[in-house]
Design a protein. Structure first.
Length: 436
């Protein structure tokens, strides 16, 4: 985790203090369940909770013990015994380290997903507000980076809104898939612990029972979780690149907010660079990169190995913290985005009406001209306009082959901008449930 790209609430999920607190809760809930089953004394379970509930676990002390034991869970249990006393011998009865580690990891990932879902809710709100603000702000749609036909800036944002709604749904599903608990003992057979203990711990920790855990929770769940994070990151990059293109000097239809006192370049005082969306493009690459090792973690040896462990200790915090930061940054970009409708209109007019070529083509075919001939006639008049040699409407109205099929006023009707925007309300209703 890089502090520059971290936010405190998400970072706290991955702190040693939080991890050890979750470990304690797993162990204490398991001890309570064992006591209810008569496996350990109820007084012992009560003591574990009494002395551990408000305890401050000494991270330095646990690290000190681990330097000797070379085992993190044993180091924690040793420190817990220092706090609880003799009754600590009843903690971890019939459990294995993965019961604690895997259940804890899934608690952390579920909590991280909750924050990410909330982040997307904030982004969706910003996108919706700006989409309705610019619902009918005409701008040029581009294919291959080249002027195509008119759209509205609101439609661009509506598209992003729909994409992040899908991202939210995927995150909700990924959270449900990852939120499982395993307290099944060595190789997952429950030989030394009753399955009812697992059920109790799962309920107390807000998880569901893992149907079959071979000492570890199956890593296909984690692969799916991190793959979803990667897809969300790709959506972040998609919108970021749109902003970056729109901010180019030759386009300048929108740009990131430039605050008072902000500097764009150490050498060139005039610069206003899209640094936030460039940063988001880079962060998206990082989040996507964590998906591959998560997929490679699926294939463990037999009932378990720990080749996945070092990977998850890194990608768990890094992927969620980075995505949390990126979503919050993108929300800020959308919320404060500077939009220039006048420049959008100038760019729309830049090609002298060529953006209406398809409508002229269709009008000619409806007037009885073959599609091949109609295409030839429209393209014949379009190419000089590309070269800066006239206005498209004027050239079409001067072409006798075109006017043989269409009257000049019928040609002029093909240049109505509103024609392209007539179904904006329909699209908005599809995306937002309302066009208002």
């Amino acid at each position: 985790m890089i502090p520059r790209y971290s936010r405190p609430e998400m970072t706290a999920i991955w702190s040693p203090e939080t991890r050890f607190r979750i470990w304690f809760e797993i162990e204490a809930h398991a001890t309570t369940a064992l006591a209810e089953l008569g496996v350990v004394p109820k007084e012992a379970a009560a003591t574990v909770w009494e002395k551990g509930r408000d305890a401050v676990f000494d991270v330095a002390r646990i690290d000190e013990i681990e330097r000797v034991t070379k085992h993190d869970v044993i180091a924690f249990l040793t420190h817990l015994a220092e706090i609880v006393g003799p009754e600590a011998r009843f903690v971890h009865q019939g459990m294995t380290s993965s019961d604690v580690l895997d259940t804890c990891l899934n608690v952390q990932l579920a909590r991280a997903a909750d924050l990410l879902i909330a982040d997307i809710d904030g982004l969706l709100a910003a996108l919706k507000r700006r989409a309705f603000e610019h619902k009918l702000t005409p701008t040029i749609g581009r294919s291959h980076g080249i002027h195509a036909e008119p759209v509205t800036f609101g439609l661009k944002l509506a598209q992003a809104y729909a994409e992040f709604e899908r991202a939210r749904a995927r995150l909700v599903a990924a959270r449900a898939e990852i939120a499982t608990c395993a307290i099944s003992g060595a190789v997952g057979t429950f030989a030394n612990i009753d399955p009812r203990v697992e059920e109790y711990v799962a309920a107390q920790m807000g998880l569901t029972v893992e149907p079959v855990s071979t000492q570890v929770i199956p890593r296909d769940r984690h692969a799916m979780f991190f793959a979803v994070l990667g897809v969300v990151a790709s959506s972040i990059e998609r919108l970021s690149i749109e902003v970056r293109h729109l901010q180019r000097t030759e386009v300048l239809e929108a740009e990131e907010y430039f605050s008072e006192g902000q500097k764009g370049s150490s050498a060139m005082p005039h610069k206003r660079n899209p640094v936030l969306t460039e940063n988001l493009t880079g962060l998206a690459r990082m989040v996507r990169s964590y998906a591959l090792p998560a997929m490679e973690n699926v294939a463990l040896w037999h009932e378990r190995d720990i080749s996945h462990s070092s990977v998850e200790r890194m990608i768990g915090p890094d992927a969620t913290v980075t995505l949390d930061f990126a979503l919050a940054r993108l929300t800020g970009v959308v919320d404060k985005l500077l939009v220039y409708p006048e420049q959008m209109q100038r760019n729309l007019d830049r090609l002298g009406g060529l953006v209406h070529s398809q409508r002229v083509l269709l009008a000619l075919t409806q007037a009885g001209v073959s599609r091949e001939d109609a295409y030839r006639l429209v393209q014949r008049n379009a190419m000089p306009v590309w070269r800066g040699e006239g206005d498209f409407l004027t050239l079409l109205q001067a072409d006798t082959e075109v006017t043989a099929a269409l009257k000049p006023e019928a040609i002029a009707e093909c240049f109505d901008l509103g024609y392209h925007l007539k179904h904006v309300d329909t699209i908005f209703r599809r995306v937002f449930g309302s066009a208002e």
